[in-house]
Design a protein. Sequence first.
Length: 251
Amino acid sequence: MGKGKKNKKKKSVVWFYLGNIILGVIIIIVAAFIAMYMFCNVHDVQVVGSKYYDPIEIEEYVLTGKYKNNAVYVTFDNALHPKKNIPFVESAKVKMTSYDKVEIKVKEKSMMGFMAVADGTFAYFNDEGEVVEVSDRILDDILPVSGVVLESAEVGQHVAIDEKQLNNMLNIIKVLRKNNVAVTSGNFDEAGNFGVFSGAVYINFGNGSDIDEKVKRLNYILPKLVDMSGILHLEDWSTQDTDIVFEKTTE
């Protein structure tokens, strides 16, 4: 047999096996897609990490598209095209936990408080004073701040008030949190000073000086003022003048 015929036969054998391999891969892929379509329909969705939405609401935001009921599809679709612009949500990741079950792990935006905007919406800000959300919805777990109405608010920009007032407010809220002092709302008075309400007791911090020392005393004072209303005057407190006056509201 000539050399040319041997080479031709060898190439034919190679192409035969290569063709069978390619055909086998195609059959496996097609079979896998058929199996995914038939057996991987979503029957259970677990939502974790969401305080501001019902699980059904999160599902409607995240599980979208023509094949939204397929566990494999929604897992890969959300990995390639993560859902953005969900109000109050920083990210939502989908993980397939079984052939017919998926988990949506929600990471919500970090929010310290919110203030009213002139257009009727509310600006939610983080501990850096940056607006992270503008919405017409009021969240119960976030501290409302009154006394100032913002002319406008834009996500990514700082709250549009005097810088000194903003820093004072942020510092007071941070120190209150650090000392586990529960407050129900915040307020700017006419002089621009920031205070907070603990139930019916208004805590006047004045210009924001000696905040750490003032707040440390609240855990001792506030339990004595339960079921009372009035103003707790801390504006004049200092390490030199330690008198604290509670002005009880007259009925």
